[in-house]
Ligand binder design. Sequence first.
Ligand code: SF4
Length: 426
Amino acid sequence: MLFYLFSLGCKVNSYENDALRKSLLERGDEEANGPEEASLIVINTCSVTGKADQKSRQHIRKMRRLAPKAVIAVMGCYSELHADEALSMGADIVVGTSDRSKILGFVDSFRKDGKKIKDVEKNNRHEKYEEMGQMALSENARAYLKIQDGCDNFCSYCLIPFLRGNSRSRDKDETIAEAKRLSEAGYKELIISGIHIGMYGKDLGDGSYRLADLLKDILLACPKLKRLRISSLEESEIDDKFLDLLRDFPQIVDHLHLPLQSGSPTVLQRMKRHYDTPSFLLTLSKVRAIRPDIAITTDVIVGFPLESDKEWQETMDFCKKAKFSEIHVFPYSPREGTYSYTLKDTSPEVKEKRVHELLDLSNELRQAYEERFYGKKMEVLFEDFDERNSLCYGHTANYLLVKVASKRKLHGEILDVIYDKESAAD
Ligand code: SF4
């Protein structure tokens, strides 16, 4: 059977698709070049914002139009929330954010009797981590390693804890074994992924074995591994153990993504985030004392309900002071079922103006960060090859995108490159 996989949203979805790809290839199925020639299409959906819902809908409709005869299976956050809508738009099988490993059995059953399948109606708050396979298969020098699912935080704007359930950690030995297999298979960089990875270990045993312990054990078990990247971490979860790790293990790359969401103390309270602005700044200074060149990127939600001009200015001032190397800007999107949905939204005009202001600041900060490295020799892990233009692309450890002219695919190689205007690919 020819299959086509498509993923929207976060790195966890990409990981789940990789795991599914491996299972399909192992049973003898082949990957199609596009949806038109596939007889099975799996779409891993996202529901983090209203826009993500819309994109998920569009893709289900588009795939149905492109492949009228294919079996279409839909999984992920959007389908957890809108299973009936997904079925009405052309999906044959709808699975939510658990039981995704059953998807292949569902495909076989649908092919036999043609009966549509919906498997989302359950309470996943107390389920265990769902093991989805042994190995991520990104066609890449980098591989995702999923260590956790779900979240217990209930930030006031976020549906994720309702959609993904409580935080569940992957078994430590399973995780280390997968890291070893990936490293021995030649992957040079692992990206530690999950919905809220700083919660790793809270639900395991007595709760004392946490993220920093796991990362240390992975690094000790994988001497060939060159880079370990952490997809995202809350400021409040950077403890002394984690700082020790940054000091002792150069394989932990010079890049952390620490979501800020707002630089205003009162907005942070309304968001029900678990930190304040002084503690965020303190953490940044502790991290930079150990890694002065580290790239620190962040997410900011713009136009949160009731955000006043003063609160907005606090966010702008904070971002300047924090010197992030890039800011991912998200206009606030109300999600029904959350606390913030009940608060008065800011007007679209105000949101748009603030989005532009913050994007301009992000561009300035990014440029200033990049220029700090002009003329320096940097190690680049190559991942992509543009054969037509004879260009290879890769990332430095601090996540600067680099291009070099090459007729040969440098895929998976780590080479020294002088970083300058010419080699910078952003
Ligand atoms: S930490 Fe907050 S924003 Fe992040 S997934 Fe959990 S509830 Fe959502």
